[in-house]
Design a protein around this ligand. Sequence first.
Ligand code: IPD
Ligand code: CA
Ligand code: CA
Ligand code: CA
Length: 264
Amino acid sequence: MSNWSEMDTYAKQWIKEAGKKVRESFQTELNIQTKSNRNDLVTNIDKETEQFFIEKIRAVYPNHKILGEEGFGDELESLDGIVWIIDPIDGTMNFVHQQRNFAISIGVYENGTGILGYIYDVVHDELYHGQKGKGAYMNDYALPKLEAVKVENAVIALNALWVTENRKIDPSILAPLVRDVRATRSYGSAALEMAFVASGRLDAYLTMRLAPWDIAGGKVLIEEVGGVVTDLKGNELNLLNKSSLLVGKPRLHNRILYDYLNKG
Ligand code: IPD
Ligand code: CA
Ligand code: CA
Ligand code: CA
C-alpha cells in the first residue's frame, strides 16, 4: 500500500528546498532561452528545479513515474501506477520579467486519479497543498469549502488574448461573459490562478489550452474544496493530454459552461 502521508512529507520538504534555491537564483544571472516561439521562455532555473525534484523522487521512490515540463522525466504512454506531474516553474514569463507571480506546481496521481496537490507561491512563501479526501490548505490554514457566487458578482481569470481574434475560440462567445462578470484578472500562471480559485481569491478561471503539468496540482486542490474542474465542454480531464480548462465554484462553473460557452 502507498504511504501517502510519507510522500506528502517528502513533497513539502522538497518543494520548500527547491523554492529556497529559486529565491536565491534572483541574485544570479539567468540563462534565458526560447522554446516553441519567441515568447515561450525557459531558464536554467526551470531546468535545474525539475532535475532537483527528479533526483529526489528517484532516490526514494524508484518505481514511481515522473512527467515534467522540461522533459527530464519519463515519456509516458499511460498514467498507470504512481505518477508525479511536475511544473518546476509555472509562469516562467513572470519569473523572468517580474520575479513574482510564478509557482512550483506538483500533482501526484495514482492510476490517473489525483491524490496529492501542491502549488508553491515561492516569493510569498505560500504553499497550497491538499490530499484527496483530507481537505486543502494554504500553509497551515484550512481552506473553506467554496460558496456559490452569481455571475455578476464573480471575479474570473482569463487571458485577454481569448477575447481577440484567435484560432481557438470565437471571441463573441467570451465577450458577453467578460461584460457580465464583476471583473476579469490575468496573472500569467495557470497554477497560481488555480490556487486562487481553490482559496476563493478568484471565482473561476478558464483557458483554451494547457498541459498536464499546468493543471495536475491545482485540480486536486480545487476538487478538495468543492470546486469543479473540466474542459470547456464540461468533460473530465485526462492528465495525459493537453486540454482546455474551466475551473470554478460549483454553480458558477455550470452557469459559465451552459449560459456562455455551450449555449443552446
Ligand atoms: C504557462 C503559464 C501561463 C499559461 C501558459 C502556460 P509555463 O506555463 O501557466 O499562465 O497561459 O499556457 O504554458 O510555461 O510558464 O510553465
Ligand atoms: Ca514553459
Ligand atoms: Ca506551466
Ligand atoms: Ca513551466
